[in-house]
Structures are given as C-alpha cells and as structure tokens.
Design a protein. Structure first.
Lengths: 378, 336, 451
C-alpha cells in the first residue's frame, strides 16, 4: 500500500556491531575488536573530548541562529560518534565528500570555525579550500556527493594511489538515483570509496521506513559491495568499522558500505519543528543511548575521567565555542562586486558587461552604504 | 471574500481540487504528516487520507516518473518539488516524458500533471533554494508554465492548472508565501480570467513594466515611488509564461512606446529576452526606445548576504525606467 | 549598560508568540546562551537562549501574554565591554527564518521610495506627453477601458530624426503604410508645418514675433516659440557646425568679363525666357569645378566607415521663403547648361517664395550655393548644408579699383567664399576648386579649358 507506516527503528536490531554499550560497558565483537586494539584510554579520552567539543559547537551554532547571526544551522546533535569516529580512521590523503550536516567532521579535519560558519551565515558558499583539507564543501543536493566520491576514487586508482575517498550520506539519500548509480560504478570499477551512511532515522519528516523496507546496509551487497551495520552512537565501533572499510580500500579491495545506526536528536534545521511528526518516546529512548554519555561512563569506570579532567574537556570545548561565536558575529559581509567573482576561469564578455553596468549603477547613488541598502526593499 | 496568505490560498486550491475530483492525488516529500516545509499542504492528509496525500521517498526523478505512470492509469497527480533547486534530478522525466508523451502518442495519452515548485530568491537561504529555472521549462515544448503572484491567482490558477489536461509547471514565489490578499473562494472557475492570460495590475501612461511571480509586488512598489517623480508606470503581471499572452502588453506599448521587463532569473535567455524580441516584432513602429531588461546577473545564485545585489529591486527597476525614458540613469551616455 | 532583548523571529511566518515561562527572575545573573525562558508559537514551544551574559534588570511580559516579534521582553545589565554578544541581537531584524534560511524581508508599511542618487534627476524632464498628463495616483486594481490613445506610428530612426528636429510626431499625418510616419513626412513638415494635420495652429515662425505691448506696459523682451522651420534650420545648422570641421577660403575675382558674357547671353533669343544672373554662372562654374575636384561633392558616412563620392551634382540654392531659409536643390545640375540652370534656379526661387517647396526638393543635395551678394554683402563664412562637403557664398558685384592690364581700373569685382568640410576636402583640393570657379567667373572661356 502507499500508506507508509513509520518504521522508526527505535531499538538497534540484531547484526549491529558494537564495542561500547549504551551504559558504558564493553561489548565483545570479534570482527571489530582487533581493528581498535591499539586504541588506549588516552586516545579514547581524545575521542571523548572531540565529541564534547563538536557538540558544544553545535549548541553554540544553534544559539547563534536563534539570535539572528546565522541563516540556519543543521544540528548534528546525537551524531557525534558517527562523525568523530569515522573521521579518525582517515588520513589527510583521503578525500572526504560530506553532506551538509558533517560540520563536526569539518572541524575535526582542521577547517577554520569561522569558515565553517560562513556558509550558514550566508557570507560564502564554501568555508574552506577543498584541496587544502582534501574535503569537499557541504553538499546540499541530496546524494550528489556519492558520485563525486566514486569518481575521485576512480582517479586514485588511475593514479595508483593507496588513499581512499569517503562519501557521507543519510538514510534519505539512499533513495536518490545518484546513490544507486554511484554504487554501480564503484563496484564496476572497484573504486576505493567508503559509503558512510548515517541512518539518523529521519529525512526532515520522513522516517527511514519510507526510504527502505529493509536495512539500508542490505542494499550494498546487491551491488557487489560488502557492507557493515554499526552502532552509530558507539565511537569506538564506528572507528573500527571505518578502519575495516579503509583497510579494504587501501589494499585494492574496492568499495565498502557502512550503515551507522544513529539518531537525529535535533531538528532537521533550526526552524524545523519535529514535534509535528515524531513522538517524545523515541527521543527519550535514543537519549538513553547518548554517544557522549556512554564514553564518559566507560572512562569514569576505568578511573580516567575525574572532575578535573572533565572540567578540562569542557573548558576546551567552551573556548572553541567562544572562538566560533567571535568568528561568526564579527564576520564581515562580502563586498557587493564579489557577486561576479569566480563564475568562470576565462573571460566572459556578457558577464563583464553586466559587471561594468552594475558598477556604474552602484556609483550612481548619493551614498555608498556598503552592503546594506536602506530604504524600501521589496 | 477571505483574507489569506499565499500558502493558505494554495492550500485552499488543492483542497477544492481534491474535493471536486477524486482522481487528484498529491505527491511529494514531507507533504503529508508534516504538511509541507512551508505548510502549504497542511491538514490535507488528515482530511483526504495518505492514499491521496502521498509522502514520497527522497527521489525527485521517481516522484515525476511515478506520476507519469499514475497519469497513464487515469489519475491526476499534483507533484510537489520541495525547492526549485531540487527539480533537476526530475528534469529528464519532465522534459523527455511529461512534455512529449501527448505528441508522441498522437494525443492518445494525456499527461494532466501539475508540478508545483516554490521558486525564486530573497529568503536568505543557502545554495539551491533560490533558483529561477522557469526558462528551461518555457523553452520545453509540450509544457505549460504558470507563475502566480498573489493569493487570488494562486487559488484560481492552481485549480485551473489541475483541471487542465496539459502538464503544467506551477511556480510559486516562496518569498511571498506570507503575503496576504483577498481571495474569493467561491469564484466560478468558468468565469475566472483564463489561465493563459496576462493582466494589467496597475494602469499607467509612460512606461510598460512587465514582470511575474515574486517581482510583481516589487514592481507595484516601484510604480508608487515613480509616481512621486511624476512618472506613470503601467505594471503587467504575465501570470502565464508559456504561452505568453502578448495582447495586453502590445496594447500598453502602443500607448507608452517604452518597455521594461524584469525578473529574478539571469539575463541571458530569460523571459525578458523573449518578450523584448516579441514586442520588437509586434510593436516596432511604436517603440520610442529599445526595450530594457532588469534582471539577475549571469551568475549562479550568490550567497544570501549578496542576494540583494543580484535580485532586481525597486531602485534597479526605476533605473531601467529612467533609461527607457531617456532620463539620467546609471548608463547615461553608454548605449546607442 | 542596559541591553534589551527583543522577541526574535522563530520560524514559520508567525509574527507573535506567547510567553510560556521564564527561567530567570529580575536580579538573576545569567550566562551567555543560558536558557532564560520559553515561548510558544502555534507550532511548538521554543527555548530562548540568552544573547547576553549579565544581570536581569527587567522582565516586561509575564507568562501567558502574547508578544509581537520585535517587542522588548527582557533587559540585562551587561558589563561595559559588552562581551562578544554586544551586537548579538539585531534590533531591526524582522525577517522570519524558515527551514532553510533567514527568511523573506517583511512587508514594509512605509511608502516605497527610491534611494537618493548622486546625479540630479530633476523634475525638468523630457517626458513625452502626447495625451493625458501623468497621473500621480496609481490604480492597484485591474484596469477598465483606457482613454489614452495609441502613439503615432513611426520607425525608431525616424523618431530620432523628429526628436533631433524638435518635431512632435503627434502633429503629423503619416503617408506611409497604414498611416506610418515616414522620413519624408517629417522633412516635409519641417518645410511647411501647415501640411501637418495637427490640431494646434502654428503661426509661421519667421513672422511669429510678438508685438511689444503699448507704452507704459511695454514688454522688455519678446518670446517666440521655437518651432517649425526655425527649429529645423537651427538644428541642422548646429549639427553641421559641430560635426564637420569647417574651413573657409576667400577668393576675390574680377568678374567683368563674366558680366559681359551674361549680358551677351541675355541678348540672345533662346535666353529670353530665363533670368541670367551671376548665380547662374556660378552654378555652372561649380559643376565644372566639381568634375575636377570631386571631393567637394562627397559625403562622410560614419556608420559604414566610408566616404561616398557622388557622380552627380544636386546643387542646392539657398532661398529665402516667408517661413525662413530653405535650400532646395537642382537635381543632376551637372547635366544642365546655362539655359537649364537659369530655368531651374528661376523655378526653384518661384516655388520657394510661394512656400511650396516639396520635401523631395530639399532632400539629396550634394553642394550648395548661397547668394549673400543680393544683400550687398561681400563675404562670409557659410555653414555647410548638413551632410555636404562644400558651400559657396557669392558676394556682391562691386565696381572696385583693380589691377587691369598692368594698371588700375574700375572693374566689377566679387568675392567668393568657399567653406568645406576638412574631413573630406584638403586645403589643396578646396583651393584648386575655388580657383577653378573663380577662373570661370572671371573668364567664362576658361570653361573650355576646364572640361
């Protein structure tokens, strides 16, 4: 029937890999454990700190939107483990193709905070140089980036490199044609690409059950691409799974698909109202599986996170948040004539004429009011 | 008469169309439970059921393509493309199938689809949410294209579009979604202005200012400001982009001799280019000056902090009016 | 310093919210982003994070009240530094954020107005007002039947010509297809405004001089409208003077022999029906001179980037008419002999005096002659007839002591003044031409040597 019943997937189903349970206790996983055997408590503390920081950034950005400093912000609340865990499996030679929600990945990759904000403030379409960080700019067209990642990986093969590309995508994206075509190409060319699908259960108001009548991870083998389902709120498991896929890619094993099962704790973007389409129970259930709380519990259980350490982590996070706020609210508006920049690499006489005309137009006004035009603006 | 916002008027139009014809089904992302990201379809799923207000998976090509199949089956689908910039995955189905099927089948298969698209800028958004792609569709034979500017037209013309057996691209100016206007909900469709008719929305004697969609209200403001300068603008709302209704424009230009066309879409190959050529053909011997176009630049839509430079506003329109009148303007002395 | 927090826009196009609860009270210290309260829109309950760090000094709306966006709801005492949140809230912001951005600009209740521009856009405008006055009030509703008539039909180039000549097309009747106003229509109207079917009565401009008022109330100046032939002439002359670089050369010649020659011709029976004057001889001399110096009979075609040299001479003869100066031309004057030229000049003058010069007569001239001698004037610096390369002014014939056969004698002497367009004619060419003309005027037999 066309009646799309909401499969909310509230509880992790069998077959989902995990290393740290929601309550912070260890879980044995034969496949994943060896991949993170080297991760000691110090490194786990670093992962914890990273997650705390990117959550703090997320909260600050949300507040900035409420205060009119950003046009919008897509919260990543609840997905910190998926972002931090996957990022830490990559090297700087690997190329990242994010969606628009991977602002945690961007920050951990080294992108400047003000740069990250510039896209959401409306000052620029990109906040960093893709070639400097080997990371593409946020992609708003759902699924388009998966084709780019596959093509990049094909390029790596042509160049004989050992690096890989990673395409982040969501559960909604898994319905788009581009994603399926990218998996066909990836398999046919054995491209070293990781399809990292964060199933956060919601595409605006559409539940994952509308996009897929079976676990999303099950699609990839149909294309000839091995896949793994992992608890997206378990940073250690995510790290391990991504390493699994990265090892395959680097050693000529071709593409892999990871479904990180997580939850979009916040709204789709800052003006969305999730109470219109999902219930409180779901939120509570997933709140109990918080990615940061479980690592806190784990580290506290091993005596590695006392009050002082906790305070230190929080202080570092607050510092980043303040830097973000400063960078955002003090960001200058772009100059008017830059609207013509970078459309082409070559000359374009028609555009030049328009630029010339607009320059004359602006010059015709009695006052140069910079970039804000007062008076009526319909 | 009711005072409704543009979204409410569209909602009312959809409701009436669905009441009138059980074969009308709505399809789109987030239109059912959520009621649409702009609340345009608010309440409709509750009243008509999820089999007639269909929440679709995230796939524009499939939304259009499955609608084609539904049309074969005798349904009258109304597809929503959530934002203008998202129409491109569906472009192939629209251009290769929806537009061509009637002619391909010698008129035996009809495609009475309506594809609703919120379009245009001025809402402070990131990329892909402020496009003006209407020219691609006006250029595609087999499609009708409409751009409403006010709640009454939205209500009436949406119903006409849905009832029309040709496929219709129905562009809604999203930056005017909250504009209110009087709507006669009981208006008799058979006595409403034709769906293909353009309309003088403000009479004037000195310059003909032609536009559509989001810039109609800007043009009306420009007319008010121009009046303070002693200039009388005649503002024409195209309403229908394909086909274009030249009648009122010709009548006007025969009296004013001066034409300005304005739209958000880029200058090259926009509706302004078409109308400038069309009016030059039809009214050459009445023209006092070359037609002037006031449009977006030939650039991808800029970051929102810069959009006010790209989008024609009141001042840019009046600069174009000055130019066509031979008054001092930003390009004085430049052109032939 | 006190910072006020105004209710921000919270999405979905709503302009007001209800205060649900406050989490702080007056006197509390709040941190930046600390949740200070909750408001409810029709869609959801939304938390408000504090934009300031400071102390609450006032809460202006109690829970349960509905507040408009932009109203102050709470105020804080913040440190003078202001902290990074000093301009966190833009008090002027009234845009309503949507799912995907800042939202559209709100509708302004202010009257729409233009931004002030640097160049003066004064109210002295070139507004064309063929019909009704510009209506200041704008009708927002759809339009009923219009009163304004269609504009006169013409083509853009002809409109420009009319504009340059200061002619209002509404005063003309077009003779083209379906009443199209043609170039000839405009030129004809310029020659005789009464030919237009215009409503306004236009008095001939040459005599349109206001009479001074009577004594006691005498007007100290008289105003005459600029129109008709005066306007046309002024425009043409101004254009010519400021487009073509004029050079004038003077040659004073002893035309005694030329006058004797004319007298001899007058005595002949075949010349009894025409009037022979020095102008006639000059006309012939000019045609012969042009044959040797064709640059004097050319045209500067800017658009085609070419100089056009005509192989015919349409010789313009300046003529005074009741309405002013016109320059009708004799077509293919180079084909005419003395009799033909005399007849043509005579005919032309008769027609001009009666004000019946046709547009075709005025068009297409290639060289002009103006006879200022009839006014007793010796020489001048004539202005080229628009588009032509040369113009010859004939001075009066005077008895003047002159060199003659080695001595001084009273001879009939005339000065020829030749102006030419230096773009088309160089000094040498102009000089040689003038010399040739002078040669024929002073010794008509030289015509045999020149041909």
């Amino acid at each position: 029937m066309l009646d799309a019943s909401a499969i909310s997937g509230a509880s992790p189903q069998p077959g989902i890999h995990q290393l740290i349970a929601a309550d912070g206790t260890s879980v044995a996983d034969e496949e994943l454990a060896p991949l993170v055997a080297d991760v000691d408590d110090d490194q786990l503390l670093q992962l914890y700190s990273d997650m705390v920081t990117i959550r703090r950034i997320d909260v600050e950005a949300t507040a900035l939107q409420r205060q009119g400093q950003l046009a919008l912000w897509p919260p990543m609340l609840g997905q910190e483990a998926s972002q931090a865990g996957s990022l830490h499996a990559l090297t700087m030679d690997d190329f990242i193709f994010p969606t628009y929600r991977e602002n945690g990945v961007a920050y951990l990759r080294g992108a400047d905070l003000a740069g990250i904000m510039s896209t959401w403030r409306g000052s620029a379409n990109t906040g960093w140089d893709p070639h400097k960080f080997n990371m593409a700019t946020p992609q708003i067209i759902i699924g388009a980036q998966t084709l780019h990642a596959t093509g990049y990986a094909m390029g790596l093969v042509l160049d004989g490199k050992e690096a890989l590309s990673i395409a982040y995508l969501g559960d909604g994206a898994s319905s788009q044609g581009d994603v399926h075509e990218s998996m066909v190409f990836a398999a046919s060319f054995q491209a070293p690409v990781i399809f990292f699908c964060q199933n956060n259960h919601w595409a605006i108001s559409e539940p994952v059950g509308l996009q897929a009548h079976a676990p999303i991870a099950g699609r990839a083998p149909g294309y000839g691409i091995p896949s793994m389902r992992v608890d997206g709120n378990d940073v250690l498991a995510v790290l391990a799974a991504t390493r699994w896929a990265a090892n395959r890619a680097r050693s000529g094993g071709g593409p892999s698909f990871i479904e990180a099962v997580t939850y979009r704790m916040g709204a789709h973007t800052t003006a969305d109202d999730p109470t219109r389409y999902r219930g409180v129970t779901e939120l509570e259930e997933w709140g109990a599986r918080d990615p940061i709380a479980r690592v806190r519990a784990f580290l506290q259980g091993r005596g590695r996170l006392d009050e002082a350490a906790e305070a230190g982590v929080a202080a570092r996070a607050d510092t980043m948040a303040a830097e973000l706020r400063n960078g955002c609210i003090n960001m200058p508006d772009p100059a008017p004539m830059t609207v013509f920049d970078n459309v082409y690499t070559t000359e374009h006489a028609i555009l030049d004429r328009q630029r010339d005309h607009y320059e004359r137009y602006l010059a015709a006004f009695a006052t140069t009011e910079g970039t804000t035009l007062e008076g009526s603006r319909s | 008469m009711s005072r409704l916002t543009l979204t409410q008027a569209i909602n009312a139009g959809l409701r009436k169309a669905m009441e009138d014809d059980p074969k009308v089904v709505l399809m789109g992302e987030d239109i059912g439970t959520l009621g649409g990201v702009f609340r345009v379809t608010d309440g409709l799923m509750k009243d008509f059921g999820s089999h007639r207000v269909i929440d679709t998976p995230l796939a524009e090509s499939a939304i259009i393509g499955t609608a084609v199949g539904l049309a074969y089956r005798g349904f009258r689908p109304v597809c929503e493309i959530q934002f203008d910039g998202f129409i491109y995955p569906g472009f192939d189905q629209i251009v290769s199938q929806v537009a061509k099927l009637h002619m391909r089948t010698h008129g035996q298969v009809r495609m009475p689809l309506t594809i609703r698209v919120p379009f245009g800028g001025g809402i402070g958004s990131p990329e892909h949410h402020s496009e003006s792609p209407e020219a691609y569709f006006v250029h595609t034979s087999g499609l009708r294209v409409i751009s409403v500017s006010n709640p009454q037209d939205a209500y009436t013309m949406l119903r006409q579009a849905i009832a029309c057996d040709d496929p219709v691209l129905f562009f809604e100016p999203k930056r005017r979604y909250h504009t209110k206007g009087e709507v006669d909900l009981d208006a008799d469709l058979s006595r409403a202005p034709a769906m293909g008719a353009s309309r003088v929305v403000s009479a004037g004697t000195d310059v003909t200012l032609v536009t559509y969609g989001p810039l109609v209200s800007t043009a009306l403001d420009a007319a008010k400001a121009a009046a303070d300068d002693g200039i009388s603008l005649e503002v024409i709302d195209l309403r229908s982009l394909s086909p274009l209704d030249y009648g009122p424009i010709e009548d006007s230009v025969r009296r004013t001799g001066r034409l300005v066309i304005t739209h958000e879409a880029s200058e090259t190959l926009g509706l302004g280019a078409e109308i400038a050529a069309g009016i030059t053909e039809r009214c050459f011997n009445y023209l006092e000056a070359a037609p002037v176009r006031v449009t977006g630049f030939d650039i991808p839509y800029p970051p929102s902090k810069l959009e006010k430079h790209h989008l024609p506003d009141l001042d840019r329109m009046l600069d174009g009016v000055d130019r066509v009148l031979g008054r001092p303007n930003s390009l004085s002395g430049l052109e032939g | 310093m006190i910072q006020e927090f105004k209710l921000p826009d919270l999405g979905e196009g709503l302009t007001e919210s209800e205060i649900v609860s406050w989490h702080v009270a007056v006197g509390d210290t709040v941190q930046l982003n600390q949740v200070i309260g909750e408001v409810e829109t029709a869609k959801a309950v939304v938390e408000l994070p504090s934009p300031y760090a400071g102390i609450v000094t006032a809460i202006t709306h109690e829970p349960g009240t509905t507040v408009e966006v932009g109203e102050v709801i709470i105020a804080f005492e913040v440190p003078a530094e202001g902290g990074p949140a000093a301009e966190a809230v833009d008090p002027a912001q009234k845009r309503v954020p949507t799912l995907v951005g800042y939202g559209a600009d709100p509708e302004s209740s202010k009257r729409p107005a233009r931004r002030a521009r640097a160049f003066a856009a004064t109210s002295t405008t070139t507004m064309p007002q063929p019909a009704a006055e510009a209506a200041p009030a704008v009708v927002a509703a759809p339009v009923e039947a219009r009163v304004q008539a269609d504009r006169p039909r013409s083509t853009p180039p002809v409109r420009k010509l009319a504009r340059d000549m200061g002619i209002d097309l509404a005063e003309l009747v077009g003779t083209g297809e379906r009443g199209l106003i043609t170039r000839d229509d405009v030129l004809s109207f310029a020659g005789d405004p009464s030919q237009g079917a215009g409503v306004a009565a236009t008095a001939p401009s040459a005599s349109a001089v206001g009479t001074p008022a009577g004594a006691g109330n005498a007007a100290r100046e008289v105003r005459t409208p600029i129109k008709g032939v005066r306007k046309f002439t002024a425009a043409a002359v101004a254009k010519s003077a400021f487009t073509a670089p004029h050079v004038t050369e003077f040659l004073t010649v002893d035309v005694t022999a030329g006058m004797e020659f004319l007298a001899k011709l007058r005595a002949k029976r075949e010349f009894s029906d025409v009037k022979l004057t020095p102008l006639t001889l000059a006309a012939r001399a000019v045609c012969l001179g042009i044959a040797r110096q064709p640059s004097l009979n050319s045209r500067w075609d800017e658009g085609a980037n070419e100089i056009v040299t005509m192989n015919y001479v349409n010789l313009g003869i300046a003529a005074a008419t009741p309405r002013g100066l016109v320059v009708p031309n004799i077509k293919d004057a180079q084909l005419l002999g003395m009799h033909g030229l005399a007849a043509a000049v005579g005919e032309l003058a008769t027609v001009a005096r009666s004000g019946k010069t046709q547009p075709a007569d005025l068009a297409g001239g290639t060289f002009s002659i103006t006879n200022i001698g009839v006014f007793g004037i010796d020489a001048g610096t004539p202005i080229l007839n628009s588009g032509e390369a040369g113009i010859l002014a004939l001075g009066a014939v005077r008895n003047t002591p002159w060199e003659h056969q080695g001595g001084i004698a009273l001879r009939q002497v005339m000065t020829l003044s030749l102006s030419f367009d230096h773009r088309l004619v160089d000094g040498e060419q102009g000089s040689r031409f003038l010399a040739d003309v002078g040669a024929v005027m002073s010794d008509p037999a030289m015509a045999l040597a020149l041909s």
